[in-house]
Design a protein around this ligand. Structure first.
Ligand code: FNR
Length: 326
């Protein structure tokens, strides 16, 4: 896989499930990351071909859907793993190896849950562990491996970690231009991403620019400022996935409808769809549709707000008919 000149949907917990990934691809993303999935969770899953929905599902022993993918995103979906252990990482990645385009390791998440488990940004302080995890994955998998890091407190430390990472043979490096202590409202250090990109031979995927990205043209500006090979967007897509469209932004209500269509077609969990639609509607949550959304308790109720209840009912009917026909 070529990681140059790519427009990438960044991993986002709760946001980057199948409907958002498909929508991002429709609008112009080249690669789409799933939400971070922890190795322990993946290791409790079974792979099931879901002939009703036309998907491949990974279902945990308590019946929870951990990961769902379909042919439409084949060759474009990157599976992001949360891990603190090389062998566990490899075992978990092996489960999805045939169903995804690449594996990414989250080495930037500053949340307490990740840090306590020795995952995410905790890895930034453990170069030896980083090396072991990435080496195990690169050597053990037949698909590309990448990782996503943040800046370390100094440029020298970041550069030294980036070089060590490059030495493991990974295919590209995702780099969020903030340190672990910096929050998303802080300025992204595009200049530091640039120095790292100039000093590596593997492609760097720049991340952290959403605050300044209001139109499609701003994406190229971010890429130029960071000197990176590719750009990865999280919040800008969470707020308005049509930012990925070369042709320009679409009205938010038509995006919500397109999102809901995928949520219906792929039988999304209602709370997941509700969260994503809330993010899309965030400036209109005080309006009647916004209030109805906040009160909605099911996917059907959400669909009803956008006059899609009939489509929902028809899809449910044909899905349950397909189930009985199998
Ligand atoms: C994130 N981010 C994130 N990062 C990651 O590596 N794995 C993940 O699962 C998540 N989950 C997540 C959820 C939500 C709701 C947000 C807003 C962010 C971080 C994200 O990928 C990205 O690094 C930052 O948001 C900065 O990029 P933007 O938003 O400026 O494009």
């Amino acid at each position: 896989m070529d990681y140059r000149d790519k427009l990438v949907l960044a991993p986002m917990v709760r946001v980057c499930t199948l409907p958002m990934r498909l929508l991002a691809l429709d609008y112009g993303a080249d690669l789409v990351y799933c939400e971070e999935i922890i190795d322990f969770k993946m290791l409790r899953t079974k792979r099931i071909e879901n002939n009703v929905l036309g998907t491949v599902d990974f279902i945990t022993d308590d019946g929870t859907l951990a990961f769902r993918t379909c042919a439409k995103e084949k060759g474009k979906v990157v599976f992001q793993l949360g891990t603190a252990d090389p062998q566990r990482a490899l075992q978990a990645a092996k489960l999805v190896e045939k169903d995804v385009a690449a594996i990414d390791v989250n080495m930037g998440c500053p949340k307490e849950f990740s840090i306590r488990g020795g995952m995410g940004a905790a890895l930034l302080k453990q170069p030896q562990k980083v090396k072991e995890i990435l080496t195990a994955l690169v050597q053990g998998l037949s698909i590309p491996v990448t990782c996503k890091i943040r800046l370390l407190p100094t440029l020298e430390e970041t550069l030294s970690l980036a070089k060590l990472i490059e030495g493991t043979g990974i295919s590209a490096l995702g780099l969020h231009g903030r340190t672990q202590r910096e929050r998303n409202q802080h300025q992204n250090h595009n200049d530091l991403i640039k120095v790292i990109a100039q000093n590596l031979t593997i492609p760097v995927i720049a991340n952290g620019g959403s605050r300044e990205i209001k139109r499609f043209e701003d994406i190229a500006k971010f890429r130029d400022e960071t000197g990176a090979s590719s750009v990865m967007l999280a919040r800008a897509v969470q707020w308005n996935p049509s930012i990925l469209r070369r042709e320009g932004l679409l009205p938010i209500h038509s995006i919500i409808k397109a999102y809901l269509k995928y949520a219906i077609d792929y039988d999304s969990v209602s709370m997941n769809a509700k969260y994503c639609v809330q993010q899309l509607l965030r400036e209109e949550l005080e309006t009647p549709p916004g209030k109805a959304l906040l009160a909605a308790g099911s996917l059907r109720q959400i669909c009803d707000i956008w006059r899609m209840a009939e489509y929902y009912d028809e899809a449910q009917l044909s899905q349950s008919k397909a189930k009985t026909d199998l």
